[in-house]
Design a protein around this ligand. Structure first.
Ligand SMILES: Nc1ncnc2c1ncn2[C@@H]1O[C@H](COP(=O)(O)OP(=O)(O)OP(=O)(O)O)[C@@H](O)[C@H]1O
Ligand SMILES: [Mg+2]
Length: 227
């Protein structure tokens, strides 16, 4: 079980501009891997491709030994719904739903809302927003909304978590809490985590770092410090 990218190239526009150059990676089940590098180096682009949300211009992605480009739309949707938790750089909560209802969305899609309500409450408590269960997103701060989005991603104990700067909006206390929760999920549930962060302290909490510069993988931490 793994996520494998082979010769991944991504180009945008008519030029076109190449933003990922022949990237190869191999992430084993249970690994906690960070993607770091400076702004514009291609971190989000790589995460979107590795998580099946975007297609590479060329190259191939294999998840659990299945070539993603050969799966039907239905199979890809089933994979995303059941096995993946997404945490985006800009969280996407539904404005008309309370934070509890937002956390429960993945369960609602599967008809398991009742069974998961207790866990949803526990996650909100864990992230210090237990008292906001009935609040709408617009009644909460950006950081509180971010924590709701993270609780939602963790609800169904997905096998994979893809996270893009999950701590971006948060103060240091809440950021560390989220990182420790991700580590815990990785250790206790063997959830495979691929996490984009430009914070070096958080990047080092992962078991391995993929460091990008200008759309290419540079492997050593020393090179990163030159940025
Ligand atoms: N949809 C798009 N169309 C055109 N160019 C894009 C698109 N998405 C990303 N890019 C370009 O690709 C490059 C990599 O972008 P990406 O978002 O992956 O960077 P990043 O490392 O995540 O940066 P940040 O740390 O600022 O989030 C950037 O130069 C960006 O402008
Ligand atoms: Mg980004």
């Amino acid at each position: 079980m793994s996520i494998v990218g082979k010769n991944i190239v991504k180009e945008f526009g008519d030029g076109p501009t190449r933003v990922l150059h022949d990237i190869n990676f191999h992430i084993e089940t249970g690994e906690f891997v960070s993607i770091s590098g400076r702004s514009g180096s291609g971190k989000s682009t790589l995460l979107y491709i590795a998580s099946t949300l975007d297609n590479p211009t060329s190259g191939e992605l294999f998840i659990d030994d299945r070539n993603i480009s050969l799966l039907s739309a239905k199979e890809i949707h089933a994979f995303r719904n059941k096995e993946v938790g997404f945490i985006f750089q800009f969280h996407y909560l539904l404005e008309e739903l309370s934070s509890l209802e937002n956390v429960l969305l993945p369960a609602r899609n599967l008809g398991h809302e009742k069974e998961e309500t207790r866990r949803a409450h526990e996650l909100l408590e864990k992230f210090g927003i237990g008292n906001k269960a009935n609040s709408l997103p617009k009644e909460m701060s950006g950081g509180e909304q971010q924590r709701v989005a993270i609780a939602r991603a963790l609800l169904l104990k997905p096998r994979y978590i893809f996270a893009d700067e999950p701590t971006g909006n948060l103060d240091s206390h809440n950021a560390l809490n989220i990182m420790e929760t991700l580590k815990e999920v990785n250790r206790d549930l063997e959830t495979t985590i691929l996490l984009v962060t430009h914070e070096r302290d958080f990047s080092k909490m992962a078991s391995r770092e993929i460091i990008l510069r200008d759309g290419r993988v540079v492997s050593s931490r020393e090179e990163f410090s030159l940025n």
